[in-house]
Ligand binder design. Structure first.
Ligand code: HEC
Length: 252
């Protein structure tokens, strides 16, 4: 179990070195599910076949085969919840969109084990280990905390000195909400809009720094003109356009 956990965490870390967080979580889910399938096809089923063959042939079956199958089946039992979480994780940027996403994945594995341990014990008539609730809650709080720790600002995500004024404007928070809500599904590092694979024209509008750096374009494309969003697919309201105009004209 320990070896398996270390392997999963190492793979999780490795994936985040090569892929974006969203893709890393999906790959980690696929990796975990592959291990689970392999447990069934290479250990659990073949061992059972051997045991059945022995019983049919009147030979006493090797108890080690059953033990090994039970161990792998327990591994799979512990992995079911984390694998579900990882399969659905691409809907939850708060889980994968942080520098600590691989640690979050590691903690999700532990929470999965705790939850299963509770039910396994209960179903085996060994009582209800309520301490698992407390442990899972603590791990969950750590995850919430990790998911909101800001990334250390890099050159790219820091607001440049010349753009500070756009971020400092008192209506900036409202402008940012508008832009995140109406534009960033296409204009992001990993666009969520079907069919858009990278930020159109490399215009990213997903962080304060990017929004400030494109203040003038936002003003022109969505404030003064109605060029963006295309065909107003994201239904930006006239008041939101007016807000963008007021923000840019108030600052420049
Ligand atoms: C449905 C996806 C989508 C949404 C939502 C969207 N855009 Fe765009 N945006 C595009 C595409 C596609 C282009 C490239 C258009 C082209 O090349 O003709 C583009 C181009 C731009 C450009 C560059 C224009 C240029 O000619 O250099 C800016 C600036 C821009 N968008 C701002 C915004 C703003 C601001 C919002 C929100 C109010 C927004 N976009 C919402 C898809 C979108």
């Amino acid at each position: 179990m320990l070896v398996l956990f270390v392997a999963l965490v190492a793979m999780g870390w490795g994936y985040t070195q090569v892929f974006t967080g969203r893709a890393a979580f999906l790959h980690l889910g696929a990796f975990t599910a592959t291990i689970m399938s392999a447990n069934v096809f290479f250990i659990i089923i073949p061992n059972q076949r051997k045991v059945v063959a022995d019983l049919v042939g009147g030979r006493p079956p090797d108890p080690a085969l059953g033990k090994q199958a039970k161990q792998r089946s327990l591994h799979n039992n512990y992995l079911t919840l984390p694998v579900l979480f990882l399969m659905l994780s691409n809907h939850y940027p708060l889980a994968f969109g942080t520098a600590y996403n691989w640690i979050i994945a590691a903690l999700v594995f532990l929470i999965g084990v705790l939850i299963r341990h509770y039910f396994n014990s209960m179903h085996a008539g060994k009582g209800k280990p309520h301490w698992t609730f407390a442990a899972a809650t603590v791990l969950f709080i750590v995850i919430v905390w990790l998911s909101t720790v800001p990334r250390t600002p890099t050159g790219e995500s820091a607001v440049s000195a010349g753009d500070q004024k756009f971020v400092a404007a008192e209506n900036f928070t409202a402008v940012r909400d508008t832009v995140l809500g109406r534009c960033s599904m296409c204009h992001a590092a990993e666009p969520a809009w079907e069919g858009i694979r990278r930020a159109p024209k490399d215009v990213r509008l997903d962080t304060d720094a990017h929004i400030a750096a494109h203040a003038r374009e936002i003003y022109l494309q969505a404030g003064r003109s109605h060029a963006m969003p295309p065909g107003n697919v994201t239904q930006i309201a006239p008041e939101e356009r007016a807000l963008i105009v007021a923000w840019f004209e108030g600052v420049r």
